[in-house]
Structure formats: structure tokens, C-alpha cells
Design a protein around this ligand. Structure first.
Ligand SMILES: *Cc1c(COP(=O)(O)O)cnc(C)c1O
Length: 362
């Protein structure tokens, strides 16, 4: 073994990559996992056996169809995607974010987003050597329209990312503020609708008005996080450029077949999402009733809250009781003492609340 990987790494790995922190996933398997916006429910009864039957016929020795026309047609029908728009598939929407940025990462190009928001925008931008411009959200995490417009004018970003609803704050940005940003943006505006199943709100109609708007969705939060399927909807001319930066066989045969099966039974998953959105209200109400807790309204399947008891301490006491949520205390200045809990089953939500009550009185 030759000595000292460190020296070679310092010489050859791009400085912007060395400066990054890898996306952190906790190694523990807690009793109650409410940290990652996963659907807590097993597959609807009876469907699993049928699904396994469909997998038997798959030719695993063959490459997947890189165009996946059947799957795309199903997505169009299930989500009423506009006929004039194109659809591109990703191995999770994370991959589509990466593909978009691969196509746009010219020297000096900027990526702009309101912050705090989904951390992958900044991580992927920096990994590709792009500038990341984070524009602080206003009070209660609304868009600061004037600050956004000024930053767009100054930085001329290649892409603006807007998570709708936003993660980790849970709110839907004001539609008029979004319109103003779309009108001002010199590049593309990507509306990331990862939580669409819980929000019942969409910016899809903007696609008919603006060719530089793209809408990003994923099936992860609906209940298929392990499969990895995201899709990007927008003007065919833009998608044709992004498609050149996509690996041709990015959606494997098992994912294609499984998503086709799941979409044929989409009502079952959407019923689960409706249940989760329903249970979110009770969880929010219970959180709001706790002394020293402030919870923000959410249109997603999670709730952001601040504790007066110190986020680190509360997080650790919850974990000691087998409940894992997300500690955001150090994620951003505006998230001081903030924690984020994913809405689970009613039993999980009750266990979380009981553990939290204990954590707040310790
Ligand atoms: C979870 C999440 C994603 C990534 O989802 P995958 O499709 O699982 O990669 C994208 N955007 C936002 C805002 C998210 O919260």
C-alpha cells in the first residue's frame, strides 16, 4: 500500500467537493422512525402477492427500456400532466436535480433558492462547482419576494429552486410571489412538488404559461421511497437538453415494473396519503398544546416545531425512548432549536407525543 491517501486526495479531488459534508443518514434503526418523511404503512392488503407475480415475468438479463413509454403514459394519466409538456424519469427526484444541474453547470453559473430549504439543492450545486445563493425566508418562512427579486437580478441564476411545499418548513409559498419570481428569472425555475400527495396544491398550470418552468415530483413520499422514482415535467425543448445528461438506463426494470403496478392501484396509495394528511391535523394540534412548543402549519407529511427546552436535549431524550425525528438545530440560523417530525401511523404519533411529553419534563 502506498502511503497517504490524504495527499493524493488534496491534489486531485476538487476543492469544492472536499469542502462538502456528505448527506447524513443516521445509522440507527429506532423503534419508531419519524425522521425521513416515509409513508409508515405496509402495502395495501392483497397487493403484495399480485405484485410479486408481475415480477416473475421480468427479463433481468435485458437492459431496461430507457424511454419507459408505458410508465410515462401512466404517470400522465394518474397525475393529469399537461399533454404539451414532456416527462423525464429519474432514479428518485434527487437524480433529476443532479441531471438538471449537470446540464447547467457552466463556470460561474449560480443556483438560487430561498433558505432554509431542501439541502440537496446546495449540496449538488456545490459538488458541480456552481455558486449557491441562499435567500433567507421572511418571518414564518414566507418568501421574501423583494429579497428574491433583488438576488435574481444581481446573481442571474441559471436555476431557481422552489420546494412547494417547502422542506423543512412545510408551508406552501404564496402563488403571487412564485409568479413574480418566474417572471423575473433569467434561467429555469424548478418547482419541487415532492409533497404533492399531501398538499393538494400544484404549480402544474404554470407550465402552460412559461416554457422555463419545470415541475418535479417523486413517488418517494407517497410510499415508494425504496424504489427511487421521480419525474420532471416541462417544455420538451428543455427536457431534450437535460436528457443528454441523464444515464440512459437510470430506471431499472424492477422499478419500472413495480411503479407500473403501483400506479395501476394508485388509489390505494393516495388513500394512505389522505389518511396521513388527516392525521397531520391531530398531531399539529397536540404539538401546539404542549407548553414551550411552537409548531408551524404544514401542507406536507411532516411538522416543523421549535422547543424552548433545547433541540439537542429534546432530540436525545426522544432517541433514548426509541423515537427518531430530525434535529435541524444546526441546519440554518432560522431553525434554531427546531425539530421536524414525520407524520406516522396514529399509534406512532401517539408514541412520539408521549415520548415528547416525557422529554419536555425531564
Ligand atoms: C425528499 C425530497 C426530495 C427527494 O426525493 P427522492 O425522489 O426520494 O429523491 C426532493 N425534494 C424535496 C423537497 C424532498 O423533500
Amino acid at each position: 500500500m502506498s502511503a497517504n491517501a490524504g495527499e493524493r486526495i488534496a491534489r486531485w479531488v476538487r476543492p469544492e467537493v472536499r469542502a462538502l459534508q456528505a448527506y447524513a443518514v443516521p445509522p440507527v434503526a429506532p423503534a419508531i422512525k419519524l425522521d425521513a418523511m416515509e409513508n409508515p404503512y405496509p402495502w395495501p392488503p392483497g397487493l403484495q402477492a399480485q405484485w410479486l407475480d408481475t415480477l416473475r415475468g421480468i427479463a433481468i438479463n435485458r437492459y431496461p427500456d430507457p424511454r419507459a413509454p408505458t410508465l410515462i403514459a401512466q404517470l400522465r394519466a394518474t397525475y393529469a400532466l399537461p399533454a404539451h409538456a414532456g416527462v423525464m424519469l429519474g432514479n428518485g427526484s434527487d437524480e433529476l436535480l443532479q441531471v438538471i444541474l449537470l446540464a447547467l453547470a457552466q463556470p460561474g453559473a449560480a443556483v438560487l433558492a430561498p433558505v432554509p430549504t431542501f439541502v440537496m439543492y446546495e449540496l449538488l450545486a456545490r459538488a458541480l462547482g456552481m455558486r449557491f445563493i441562499g435567500v433567507p425566508l421572511a418571518a414564518d418562512f414566507a418568501l421574501d419576494t423583494d429579497a428574491m427579486l433583488a438576488a435574481i437580478e444581481r446573481e442571474q441564476p441559471a436555476v431557481v429552486f422552489l420546494a412547494y411545499p417547502n422542506n423543512p418548513t412545510g408551508n406552501l409559498f404564496d402563488a403571487r410571489a412564485i409568479d413574480a419570481i418566474i417572471a423575473a428569472a433569467p434561467g429555469v425555475v424548478v418547482i419541487d412538488e415532492a409533497y404533492h400527495a399531501f398538499a393538494q396544491a400544484t404549480q402544474l398550470p404554470a407550465l402552460a404559461r412559461h416554457e422555463h418552468v419545470l415541475v418535479l415530483r417523486t413517488l418517494s413520499k407517497l410510499g415508494l421511497a425504496g424504489l427511487r422514482l421521480g419525474f420532471l415535467c416541462g417544455a420538451p425543448a428543455w427536457l431534450a437538453e437535460f436528457d443528454k445528461a441523464r444515464l440512459p438506463y437510470n430506471i431499472n426494470v424492477l422499478t419500472q415494473a413495480t411503479v407500473q403496478f403501483a400506479l395501476a392501484h394508485a388509489d390505494a396509495w393516495h388513500a394512505q396519503a389522505a389518511q396521513i394528511a388527516h392525521d397531520r391535523a391531530a398531531l399539529a394540534q397536540a404539538l401546539a398544546a404542549l407548553p414551550g412548543v411552537h409548531a408551524w402549519p404544514s401542507a406536507a407529511n411532516f411538522i416543523l416545531f421549535r422547543t424552548a427546552h433545547g433541540a439537542d436535549a429534546v432530540f436525545a431524550r426522544l432517541l433514548a425512548q426509541g423515537v427518531l425525528i430530525k434535529n435541524l438545530a444546526r441546519a440554518h440560523a432560522q431553525l434554531k432549536d427546531c425539530l421536524r417530525v414525520t407524520v406516522g401511523t396514529p399509534a406512532e404519533n401517539a408514541a412520539f407525543l408521549a415520548a415528547l411529553r416525557t422529554a419536555l419534563t425531564e
